[in-house]
Design a protein around this ligand. Structure first.
Ligand code: TXA
Ligand code: MG
Length: 342
Protein backbone atom coordinates (compact mmCIF):
# COMPACT_ATOMS: atom_id res chain seq x y z
CA UNK A 1 0.00 0.00 0.00
CA UNK A 2 1.23 3.47 -0.94
CA UNK A 3 0.93 5.77 2.09
CA UNK A 4 0.02 9.38 1.23
CA UNK A 5 1.78 12.11 3.18
CA UNK A 6 -0.45 15.13 3.77
CA UNK A 7 0.38 18.60 5.04
CA UNK A 8 -2.12 20.47 7.23
CA UNK A 9 -3.72 22.78 4.62
CA UNK A 10 -7.53 22.72 4.32
CA UNK A 11 -7.61 20.60 1.15
CA UNK A 12 -5.36 17.93 2.66
CA UNK A 13 -7.36 17.79 5.89
CA UNK A 14 -10.61 17.51 3.91
CA UNK A 15 -9.20 14.61 1.87
CA UNK A 16 -7.80 12.88 4.97
CA UNK A 17 -11.22 13.32 6.62
CA UNK A 18 -12.89 11.61 3.65
CA UNK A 19 -10.46 8.70 3.85
CA UNK A 20 -11.32 8.25 7.54
CA UNK A 21 -15.06 8.50 6.97
CA UNK A 22 -14.83 5.84 4.25
CA UNK A 23 -13.03 3.41 6.54
CA UNK A 24 -9.35 4.13 5.73
CA UNK A 25 -6.56 4.73 8.26
CA UNK A 26 -4.90 8.11 8.79
CA UNK A 27 -2.17 8.96 11.35
CA UNK A 28 -2.40 12.47 12.80
CA UNK A 29 -0.72 14.69 15.39
CA UNK A 30 -2.25 15.36 18.80
CA UNK A 31 -0.72 17.31 21.68
CA UNK A 32 0.32 14.05 23.38
CA UNK A 33 1.57 11.62 20.71
CA UNK A 34 0.62 10.87 17.08
CA UNK A 35 -2.56 8.78 16.78
CA UNK A 36 -3.49 6.13 14.21
CA UNK A 37 -7.11 6.95 13.36
CA UNK A 38 -9.93 4.91 11.91
CA UNK A 39 -13.72 5.35 11.82
CA UNK A 40 -14.82 4.25 15.32
CA UNK A 41 -18.30 3.32 14.10
CA UNK A 42 -17.02 0.92 11.41
CA UNK A 43 -15.83 -2.42 12.85
CA UNK A 44 -13.82 -3.23 9.69
CA UNK A 45 -11.90 0.01 9.95
CA UNK A 46 -11.18 -0.65 13.61
CA UNK A 47 -9.90 -4.16 12.80
CA UNK A 48 -7.47 -2.62 10.31
CA UNK A 49 -6.00 -0.46 13.11
CA UNK A 50 -5.12 -3.54 15.19
CA UNK A 51 -3.59 -5.20 12.14
CA UNK A 52 -1.49 -2.20 11.05
CA UNK A 53 -0.01 -1.81 14.56
CA UNK A 54 0.29 -5.49 15.34
CA UNK A 55 -1.79 -4.79 18.43
CA UNK A 56 -3.42 -7.58 20.46
CA UNK A 57 -7.20 -7.41 19.91
CA UNK A 58 -7.96 -7.51 23.65
CA UNK A 59 -6.47 -4.03 24.13
CA UNK A 60 -9.26 -1.44 23.62
CA UNK A 61 -8.91 1.84 21.73
CA UNK A 62 -9.63 5.44 22.71
CA UNK A 63 -12.44 7.18 20.80
CA UNK A 64 -11.57 10.76 19.78
CA UNK A 65 -14.13 13.52 19.38
CA UNK A 66 -13.92 17.23 18.57
CA UNK A 67 -17.01 18.57 20.32
CA UNK A 68 -18.25 17.90 23.88
CA UNK A 69 -21.73 17.23 22.45
CA UNK A 70 -20.31 14.17 20.68
CA UNK A 71 -19.77 12.34 23.99
CA UNK A 72 -23.47 11.75 24.72
CA UNK A 73 -24.30 9.32 21.89
CA UNK A 74 -21.26 7.17 22.77
CA UNK A 75 -22.09 6.60 26.46
CA UNK A 76 -24.99 5.39 28.58
CA UNK A 77 -24.23 7.37 31.73
CA UNK A 78 -22.22 10.42 32.86
CA UNK A 79 -22.09 10.85 36.65
CA UNK A 80 -21.28 14.11 38.46
CA UNK A 81 -17.57 13.33 38.90
CA UNK A 82 -17.25 12.50 35.21
CA UNK A 83 -19.01 15.76 34.30
CA UNK A 84 -16.67 17.77 36.49
CA UNK A 85 -13.56 16.10 35.01
CA UNK A 86 -14.81 16.58 31.45
CA UNK A 87 -15.53 20.27 32.12
CA UNK A 88 -12.10 20.78 33.66
CA UNK A 89 -9.87 18.88 31.24
CA UNK A 90 -11.51 18.60 27.82
CA UNK A 91 -10.19 19.49 25.33
CA UNK A 92 -6.77 18.44 26.58
CA UNK A 93 -4.39 15.53 27.26
CA UNK A 94 -7.05 13.65 29.19
CA UNK A 95 -9.13 10.50 28.57
CA UNK A 96 -12.23 9.53 30.52
CA UNK A 97 -13.63 6.00 30.76
CA UNK A 98 -17.44 5.85 30.81
CA UNK A 99 -20.11 3.16 30.33
CA UNK A 100 -20.56 2.68 26.60
CA UNK A 101 -23.74 2.95 24.52
CA UNK A 102 -24.94 0.49 21.87
CA UNK A 103 -23.46 2.76 19.19
CA UNK A 104 -19.87 1.83 20.03
CA UNK A 105 -18.78 -1.42 18.33
CA UNK A 106 -17.29 -4.18 20.51
CA UNK A 107 -14.14 -4.15 18.36
CA UNK A 108 -13.31 -0.66 19.70
CA UNK A 109 -13.73 -1.58 23.36
CA UNK A 110 -12.38 -5.14 23.10
CA UNK A 111 -15.76 -6.39 24.36
CA UNK A 112 -15.62 -4.26 27.52
CA UNK A 113 -18.81 -2.46 28.57
CA UNK A 114 -16.92 0.81 28.96
CA UNK A 115 -15.45 3.20 26.40
CA UNK A 116 -12.44 5.55 26.60
CA UNK A 117 -13.14 9.05 25.25
CA UNK A 118 -10.70 11.85 24.46
CA UNK A 119 -11.13 15.35 23.03
CA UNK A 120 -7.65 16.45 21.89
CA UNK A 121 -6.62 20.06 22.16
CA UNK A 122 -4.37 20.00 19.08
CA UNK A 123 -5.93 22.03 16.29
CA UNK A 124 -4.92 19.72 13.44
CA UNK A 125 -6.49 16.78 15.29
CA UNK A 126 -9.70 18.74 15.85
CA UNK A 127 -9.90 19.85 12.20
CA UNK A 128 -9.39 16.28 11.01
CA UNK A 129 -12.02 14.78 13.34
CA UNK A 130 -14.51 17.45 12.26
CA UNK A 131 -13.69 16.82 8.59
CA UNK A 132 -14.31 13.08 9.09
CA UNK A 133 -17.66 13.82 10.74
CA UNK A 134 -17.48 10.59 12.79
CA UNK A 135 -15.79 9.65 16.09
CA UNK A 136 -12.23 8.45 15.49
CA UNK A 137 -10.73 5.39 17.21
CA UNK A 138 -7.01 6.00 17.63
CA UNK A 139 -4.21 4.28 19.51
CA UNK A 140 -0.69 5.72 19.40
CA UNK A 141 0.63 5.49 15.81
CA UNK A 142 3.58 3.18 16.52
CA UNK A 143 4.17 -0.52 15.93
CA UNK A 144 2.97 -2.19 19.15
CA UNK A 145 5.71 -2.35 21.77
CA UNK A 146 7.83 0.50 20.30
CA UNK A 147 8.16 3.97 21.85
CA UNK A 148 5.15 6.13 20.96
CA UNK A 149 5.63 8.56 18.04
CA UNK A 150 5.93 12.27 18.81
CA UNK A 151 6.97 13.41 15.31
CA UNK A 152 5.61 12.59 11.85
CA UNK A 153 8.98 11.01 10.96
CA UNK A 154 8.48 8.39 13.72
CA UNK A 155 5.14 7.40 12.19
CA UNK A 156 6.68 7.25 8.71
CA UNK A 157 9.40 4.94 10.10
CA UNK A 158 6.86 2.61 11.74
CA UNK A 159 3.77 2.60 9.53
CA UNK A 160 4.71 3.59 5.96
CA UNK A 161 3.13 1.14 3.54
CA UNK A 162 0.70 -0.14 6.19
CA UNK A 163 -1.85 2.72 6.33
CA UNK A 164 -3.58 5.05 3.87
CA UNK A 165 -2.16 8.39 4.97
CA UNK A 166 -0.01 10.27 7.48
CA UNK A 167 -0.53 13.93 8.32
CA UNK A 168 2.89 15.55 8.54
CA UNK A 169 1.99 18.05 11.24
CA UNK A 170 3.56 19.54 14.32
CA UNK A 171 5.78 17.78 16.87
CA UNK A 172 3.85 16.75 19.99
CA UNK A 173 4.02 19.26 22.85
CA UNK A 174 3.33 16.90 25.77
CA UNK A 175 5.27 13.89 24.50
CA UNK A 176 3.57 11.24 26.65
CA UNK A 177 0.03 9.93 26.22
CA UNK A 178 -3.09 11.31 27.82
CA UNK A 179 -3.97 10.82 31.47
CA UNK A 180 -6.66 8.12 31.73
CA UNK A 181 -9.28 8.24 34.50
CA UNK A 182 -11.99 5.63 34.95
CA UNK A 183 -15.03 7.63 36.04
CA UNK A 184 -17.61 4.84 35.92
CA UNK A 185 -17.73 4.18 39.68
CA UNK A 186 -18.35 6.32 42.77
CA UNK A 187 -14.65 7.10 43.09
CA UNK A 188 -12.60 7.96 39.98
CA UNK A 189 -9.49 5.84 39.41
CA UNK A 190 -6.35 7.14 37.73
CA UNK A 191 -5.34 4.35 35.32
CA UNK A 192 -2.53 6.04 33.38
CA UNK A 193 -0.67 9.21 34.41
CA UNK A 194 0.01 11.68 31.60
CA UNK A 195 -0.31 15.28 30.51
CA UNK A 196 -2.75 16.12 33.33
CA UNK A 197 -1.23 15.40 36.75
CA UNK A 198 -2.82 13.56 39.68
CA UNK A 199 -2.68 16.79 41.70
CA UNK A 200 -4.67 18.61 39.02
CA UNK A 201 -7.29 15.85 39.01
CA UNK A 202 -7.56 15.93 42.82
CA UNK A 203 -8.27 19.65 42.65
CA UNK A 204 -11.47 18.73 40.77
CA UNK A 205 -12.34 15.40 42.49
CA UNK A 206 -10.26 15.02 45.69
CA UNK A 207 -11.37 11.38 46.31
CA UNK A 208 -9.66 10.15 43.10
CA UNK A 209 -7.46 7.11 43.76
CA UNK A 210 -4.40 5.81 41.89
CA UNK A 211 -4.45 2.36 40.33
CA UNK A 212 -1.71 0.40 42.10
CA UNK A 213 -0.18 -0.95 38.89
CA UNK A 214 0.91 2.41 37.52
CA UNK A 215 4.52 2.08 38.64
CA UNK A 216 4.85 -1.66 39.24
CA UNK A 217 5.12 -4.54 36.84
CA UNK A 218 2.01 -6.68 36.79
CA UNK A 219 2.17 -9.95 38.76
CA UNK A 220 1.81 -13.04 36.56
CA UNK A 221 -1.82 -13.86 35.72
CA UNK A 222 -3.31 -10.68 37.19
CA UNK A 223 -5.81 -8.75 35.07
CA UNK A 224 -5.22 -4.98 34.89
CA UNK A 225 -8.04 -2.40 34.83
CA UNK A 226 -6.41 -0.83 31.80
CA UNK A 227 -5.76 -3.79 29.46
CA UNK A 228 -2.81 -2.07 27.73
CA UNK A 229 -0.81 -2.22 30.95
CA UNK A 230 -0.02 -5.91 30.64
CA UNK A 231 1.90 -5.56 27.36
CA UNK A 232 5.53 -4.68 26.71
CA UNK A 233 5.65 -1.00 25.97
CA UNK A 234 7.79 1.84 24.74
CA UNK A 235 10.77 -0.46 24.16
CA UNK A 236 13.59 0.72 21.92
CA UNK A 237 16.03 -1.82 20.45
CA UNK A 238 18.61 -0.74 23.03
CA UNK A 239 18.54 -2.20 26.52
CA UNK A 240 17.41 0.54 28.94
CA UNK A 241 18.34 0.89 32.63
CA UNK A 242 16.86 3.63 34.82
CA UNK A 243 19.24 5.03 37.42
CA UNK A 244 17.33 6.96 40.05
CA UNK A 245 18.41 9.13 42.98
CA UNK A 246 20.12 12.45 43.59
CA UNK A 247 22.42 13.87 40.94
CA UNK A 248 25.72 12.91 42.62
CA UNK A 249 24.72 9.34 43.43
CA UNK A 250 23.29 8.82 39.95
CA UNK A 251 26.47 10.11 38.33
CA UNK A 252 28.63 7.80 40.45
CA UNK A 253 26.47 4.77 39.65
CA UNK A 254 26.36 5.47 35.92
CA UNK A 255 30.13 5.87 35.79
CA UNK A 256 30.47 2.42 37.40
CA UNK A 257 27.98 0.95 34.94
CA UNK A 258 29.81 2.49 31.97
CA UNK A 259 33.02 0.92 33.16
CA UNK A 260 31.35 -2.49 33.52
CA UNK A 261 29.88 -2.15 30.01
CA UNK A 262 32.94 -0.76 28.26
CA UNK A 263 32.65 -3.42 25.53
CA UNK A 264 29.26 -2.01 24.49
CA UNK A 265 28.13 1.15 22.73
CA UNK A 266 26.52 3.00 25.66
CA UNK A 267 24.27 6.03 25.77
CA UNK A 268 23.16 8.19 28.70
CA UNK A 269 19.92 10.16 28.79
CA UNK A 270 20.68 12.97 31.20
CA UNK A 271 18.59 15.14 33.44
CA UNK A 272 21.53 17.08 34.84
CA UNK A 273 24.69 18.79 33.69
CA UNK A 274 26.60 15.55 34.32
CA UNK A 275 28.98 14.55 31.57
CA UNK A 276 30.23 11.03 30.90
CA UNK A 277 33.24 9.83 28.97
CA UNK A 278 32.91 7.15 26.30
CA UNK A 279 29.12 7.40 26.11
CA UNK A 280 26.75 9.06 23.71
CA UNK A 281 24.87 11.68 25.67
CA UNK A 282 21.42 13.07 25.00
CA UNK A 283 20.22 15.79 27.34
CA UNK A 284 16.60 15.08 28.21
CA UNK A 285 15.76 18.17 30.29
CA UNK A 286 15.98 19.31 33.93
CA UNK A 287 12.30 18.93 34.83
CA UNK A 288 10.13 15.86 34.39
CA UNK A 289 7.83 17.80 32.08
CA UNK A 290 10.70 18.62 29.71
CA UNK A 291 12.12 15.09 30.05
CA UNK A 292 8.69 13.62 29.18
CA UNK A 293 8.31 15.79 26.10
CA UNK A 294 11.45 14.39 24.48
CA UNK A 295 11.51 10.93 26.07
CA UNK A 296 10.16 8.78 23.23
CA UNK A 297 11.99 10.78 20.55
CA UNK A 298 15.24 10.42 22.51
CA UNK A 299 14.83 6.65 22.91
CA UNK A 300 14.25 6.38 19.16
CA UNK A 301 17.31 8.57 18.55
CA UNK A 302 19.55 6.23 20.61
CA UNK A 303 18.37 3.38 18.36
CA UNK A 304 19.06 5.39 15.22
CA UNK A 305 22.59 5.99 16.46
CA UNK A 306 23.13 2.28 17.10
CA UNK A 307 23.46 2.43 20.89
CA UNK A 308 23.28 -1.00 22.67
CA UNK A 309 22.58 0.13 26.23
CA UNK A 310 20.96 3.31 27.55
CA UNK A 311 21.34 4.50 31.13
CA UNK A 312 18.58 6.98 31.91
CA UNK A 313 19.16 9.46 34.73
CA UNK A 314 16.13 10.14 36.89
CA UNK A 315 17.00 12.70 39.51
CA UNK A 316 14.07 15.04 39.91
CA UNK A 317 10.89 14.43 41.88
CA UNK A 318 7.87 16.56 41.08
CA UNK A 319 4.19 16.15 40.26
CA UNK A 320 5.07 15.04 36.72
CA UNK A 321 7.32 12.17 37.98
CA UNK A 322 4.52 9.62 37.91
CA UNK A 323 3.99 10.03 34.14
CA UNK A 324 7.72 9.84 33.40
CA UNK A 325 8.32 6.83 35.67
CA UNK A 326 5.28 4.98 34.30
CA UNK A 327 6.76 5.25 30.77
CA UNK A 328 10.46 4.84 31.38
CA UNK A 329 10.12 1.94 33.83
CA UNK A 330 8.28 0.08 31.05
CA UNK A 331 10.87 1.07 28.44
CA UNK A 332 13.44 -0.42 30.79
CA UNK A 333 11.39 -3.57 31.41
CA UNK A 334 11.44 -2.43 35.08
CA UNK A 335 15.25 -2.53 35.31
CA UNK A 336 15.45 0.32 37.80
CA UNK A 337 18.54 0.98 39.91
CA UNK A 338 17.76 3.10 42.96
CA UNK A 339 20.90 4.72 44.32
CA UNK A 340 21.23 5.84 47.91
CA UNK A 341 20.30 9.45 48.47
CA UNK A 342 23.45 11.13 49.72
O1 TXA B 1 -2.71 10.45 24.26
C1 TXA B 1 -3.31 9.42 23.97
O2 TXA B 1 -4.15 8.89 24.72
C2 TXA B 1 -3.01 8.80 22.59
C3 TXA B 1 -3.46 9.77 21.52
C4 TXA B 1 -3.32 9.19 20.13
O3 TXA B 1 -4.76 10.18 21.77
N1 TXA B 1 -3.62 7.51 22.45
C5 TXA B 1 -3.17 6.40 23.12
O4 TXA B 1 -3.82 5.24 22.79
O5 TXA B 1 -2.29 6.44 23.93
P1 TXA B 1 -3.25 3.79 23.16
O6 TXA B 1 -4.15 2.85 22.45
O7 TXA B 1 -1.82 3.73 22.82
O8 TXA B 1 -3.50 3.65 24.70
C6 TXA B 1 -4.83 3.54 25.17
C7 TXA B 1 -4.86 2.88 26.52
C8 TXA B 1 -4.55 1.40 26.47
O9 TXA B 1 -3.68 1.08 27.55
C9 TXA B 1 -5.92 0.74 26.66
O10 TXA B 1 -5.82 -0.49 27.31
C10 TXA B 1 -6.64 1.77 27.51
O11 TXA B 1 -6.21 3.01 27.01
N2 TXA B 1 -8.11 1.71 27.36
C11 TXA B 1 -8.83 1.95 26.25
N3 TXA B 1 -10.14 1.74 26.48
C12 TXA B 1 -10.26 1.38 27.77
C13 TXA B 1 -11.35 1.01 28.63
N4 TXA B 1 -12.60 0.98 28.18
N5 TXA B 1 -11.08 0.69 29.92
C14 TXA B 1 -9.80 0.72 30.39
N6 TXA B 1 -8.73 1.06 29.63
C15 TXA B 1 -8.95 1.36 28.35
MG1 MG C 1 0.15 3.15 22.79
Amino acid sequence: MQTKIFKTDDNSIAEAGRILKDGGLVAFPTETVYGLGGNALMPDSVKKIYKAKGRPSDNPLIVHIADLEDIKPLVSEINDNAKALIDAFMPGPFTVILRKSELVPDTVTAEMDTVAIRFPENETAQRLIRAAGVPIAAPSANISGKPSPTRASHVIDDLSGRIDAIIDGENCMVGVESTIVDATGDVPVLLRPGGITYDEICEIVPETVIDEHILNSLPEGEKPLCPGMKYTHYSPEADVYVVEGNVRAVRKKINELLEQNSDKHCGVLTMSRNTYNDALIIYGGMTNKEYAKGLFANLREFDRLGVDVVFAELCCDDEYSMAVKNRIYKSAGHKVIKTLDL
